[in-house]
Design a protein. Structure first.
Length: 134
């Protein structure tokens, strides 16, 4: 009887040790990614717009300058933090959008609309008139 109890104990230990290893693989966090586009009121992309991503837990802010097609991307977002997102161009700010920690998505695509009439040039200011400076 002592021998039977001695054999049963290691079997129980092995069975108890297996489930935590299996559940640990399921708990591997996946990267959350936020991508999107900044557009003007006519739906044209705004290259050079500054996109802001605020971590609402730490109040830290990351920025991204939209490419010529208005695209932006933020990676490695925490699943337990909420975020607020907005864009600015020519001193005009888009409406803020939020990403909740309760949202189970791993990928987000958000379009931010900035009410400016034309895309901002990355080459600098445009001279109106004959093209010559006085």
């Amino acid at each position: 009887m002592v021998l039977a109890a001695g054999l049963a104990l290691p079997t129980c230990v092995l069975l108890l040790a297996a489930p935590p290893a299996a559940s640990a693989q399921k708990n591997v966090p996946q990267e959350r990614i936020l991508e999107g586009k900044v557009i003007n009121k006519d739906g044209d992309p705004i290259g050079g717009a500054v996109v802001y991503l605020e971590d609402l837990r730490s109040s830290g802010i990351k920025t991204y300058i939209a490419d010529d097609d208005g695209h932006f991307r933020f990676g490695n977002l925490s699943r337990v933090n909420d975020y607020q997102l907005w864009a600015e161009s020519n001193g005009v700010r888009s409406r803020s959008r939020e990403i909740s920690s309760f949202d189970n998505s791993n990928k987000f695509y958000i379009t931010l609309k900035v009410n400016v009439s034309k895309p901002v040039s990355l080459d600098g200011p445009t001279v109106n008139g004959a093209g010559e400076l006085p």
